[in-house]
Design a protein. Structure first.
Length: 315
């Protein structure tokens, strides 16, 4: 009789623990704006891995650089009644209605390198003002702060736009440097073709007139690097500096055939992990957002990577 009671009691406790565990199951939606861009894919993959490590259910979606698809995917996840969203390199302004609907439904949103929104908890990002200054000053240093440069911009993303704005300030204070040509990427779905078409023309038109090239993110720089090689440039002929970090840019920095000179590396995996962990602390553990994030941004430090330290960053 005592054994029966003990067994029953243990079963009840185990059952309660299992039910509690089921009650704590967390459904997380992860949306990356364009996973053909390395940083977007790294962000989504790291967020998914961290969610699974926590025992959460994670669904990853790729908007393929299409704003309508992005909005529809967020809408669909909101309709599913998820517990939270992590959005990588998202578009808070363009998808404001979807962000507002998620907030209205009680779904907590954390973004990564997306900019702020009144409907989100926080955005995990680097100090893009510092990143923009570091990339600009490094490039100008390689050409001794004089001569012509080419620029590849992207205005439709908050981070890349800020980088370009700070670059403008640096150029305004260094009049011996001349922008001989620039292209602003307008398309997101077919962004590679956009960059190739725009920069190929500039490289051919301005051959011999520029000593450096600045790109707002590494994916653009890879295309420019290939175009420079096609045009007959050799390593050392021009400096090529961009921003993001990752295995491909590190490989190019080491490649004796590549023009890639340096990148300001963002800790993308750390950013994604922090987005998920901080979301858990707020939604599951009951901490207030103000305890963890002062203001709308959770900042992470970026690191300049060039030939002097690239070996430290290659896996």
């Amino acid at each position: 009789m005592k054994l029966f009671k003990l067994t029953t009691a243990v079963s009840t406790v185990v059952g309660s623990v299992m039910l509690a565990g089921q009650a704590m199951a967390f459904d997380l939606g992860i949306v990356a704006f364009q996973m053909s861009a390395e940083t977007h894919a790294r962000c989504a993959n790291a967020a998914e891995a961290k969610a699974k490590e926590l025992g959460w259910n994670a669904q990853v979606l790729n908007s393929n650089g299409n704003l309508q698809t992005h909005a529809e995917q967020i809408d669909n996840l909101v309709q599913k009644g998820l517990d939270g969203l992590v959005l990588c390199m998202s578009k808070p302004v363009e998808a404001d209605a979807q962000f507002a609907a998620a907030k209205e439904a009680g779904i907590k949103i954390a973004t990564v390198v997306s900019g702020t929104s009144p409907h989100t908890l926080f955005d995990v990002t680097a100090n893009e003002y510092s990143v923009g200054a570091d990339s600009a000053l490094y490039l100008l240093g390689t050409i001794n702060f004089e001569g012509g440069i080419l620029l590849q911009r992207f205005e439709a993303n908050a981070a890349t736009r800020v980088r370009g704005s700070v670059l403008n300030v640096v150029l305004n204070e260094n009049k011996a440097v001349t922008v001989v040509g620039e292209h602003s990427m307008a398309r997101t779905k077919s962004w590679r073709e956009d960059v190739r078409n725009g920069m190929q023309a500039l490289i051919l038109q301005q051959q011999g007139n520029f000593k450096g090239v600045w790109a707002s993110f590494d994916g653009q720089a890879f295309i420019i690097d290939d175009l420079l090689k096609e045009a007959g440039y050799k390593k050392g002929d021009v400096s090529l500096v961009s921003i993001d970090g990752g295995e491909e840019v590190y490989r190019r920095i080491k490649d004796p055939e590549s023009m890639m000179t340096a990148t300001i590396a963002l800790p993308v995996e750390d950013m994604a992990n922090s987005a998920v962990e901080t979301l858990k602390a707020i939604v599951v553990d009951g901490k207030t957002k103000e305890e963890l994030v002062p203001g709308p941004y959770l900042f992470k430090n970026a690191i300049l990577v060039d030939a002097s330290n690239v070996d430290e960053h290659i896996k």
